[in-house]
Design a protein around this ligand. Structure first.
Ligand code: GSH
Length: 274
């Protein structure tokens, strides 16, 4: 049996749901309400000591980290294959997972927090909000969260986030230009799955076109990704209208500033161009 500890509108959970849906697997959902700090309950911390979602439990054993969970799913349930058969192509696929794990995950949190979760935190009773910040065991994560709460889009971490997305979109564009339809190997893979929730979040925030509006290759690839049945099942369908409206309104509010900040950047590729 597969049990997924998850929060509906969480990019890392969407990523795991995409893999499960691509495989046609059923899972039992255990919702973890991040705004009620359920991720810091002692019982949950036994599953994931970092206090993060998702956790996948398979045959009684917990697996953390969405990238590792997705590779686990692909190895244990090998059909249809989501990792390229060729070892070098698998390395290339993992470069995209690293792009997400080492930049876009934090980046999307910064942008989402500064645009919208900040307002939700403002609406929380002081005691609950204080507990939320105190509970974040990792001081780096806590500082980032507090900065986004206090400074919004002017948090320096938001600028890092915008730079991380700029690098990623430049690389996606470049890679598709050289290789065709997909980022690693010759088929849809965990490379796409790793990135899809992050593009979707920017799109729901009404920010995605800032980066990809002038990149026809990326637009075509994004349309292919969104055309997969898994996109609806794992990302779009579980969203409520209220969540969609909240993302649209709050993202639109910071749009002009994000555009300005992005215009100040220069980008660097994330994979060899030789
Ligand atoms: N590297 C982790 C990141 C997971 C993560 O940051 N999850 C967020 C939701 S998208 C979370 O649980 N946040 C709770 C918190 O920060 O308190 C993964 O990929 O699984």
């Amino acid at each position: 049996m597969l049990i997924l500890y998850e929060f509906g509108n969480s990019v890392a959970c969407q990523k795991v749901r995409l893999a499960l849906c691509e495989k046609g697997l059923k899972w039992e959902s255990r919702p973890v309400d991040l705004f009620r700090s359920e991720q810091y309950e002692p019982e949950y911390l036994k599953l994931n000591p970092q206090g993060l979602v998702p956790v996948l439990v398979h045959e009684g054993r917990p697996i953390v980290e969405s990238t590792l969970i997705n590779e686990y799913i692909d190895e244990v349930f090998p059909v249809p294959r989501l990792m390229p058969a060729d070892v070098y192509e698998r390395v290339r696929m993992r470069l995209w997972s690293k792009t997400v794990d080492e930049g876009l995950q934090e980046g999307v949190s910064e942008i989402s927090f500064s645009a919208m979760f900040r307002d939700r935190l403002k609406g929380m009773p002081e005691k609950l909000r204080g507990a939320r910040f105190r509970n974040i065991g990792d001081p780096r994560r806590r500082d980032r969260c507090v900065a986004a709460y206090e400074l919004g889009v002017e948090s320096p971490y938001v600028q890092w986030a915008i730079a991380a997305f700029e690098r990623a979109f430049d690389s996606i564009d470049h890679t598709l230009g050289r290789r065709g339809n997909w980022l690693a190997g010759d088929a849809f893979s965990l490379a796409e799955i790793s990135l899809m929730p992050y593009l979707a979040r920017l799109e729901y925030l009404n920010l995605l076109d800032i980066w990809i509006g002038n990149r026809p290759g990326v637009l075509g690839w994004w349309a292919r990704c969104k055309g997969r049945a898994s996109f609806g099942a794992a990302i779009a369908d579980p969203l409520t209208q209220q969540e969609r409206d909240e993302m649209d309104v709050s993202g639109t509010r910071i749009r002009a500033r994000v555009r300005e900040l992005r215009a100040t950047l220069k980008s660097v590729a994330n994979e060899p161009t030789a």
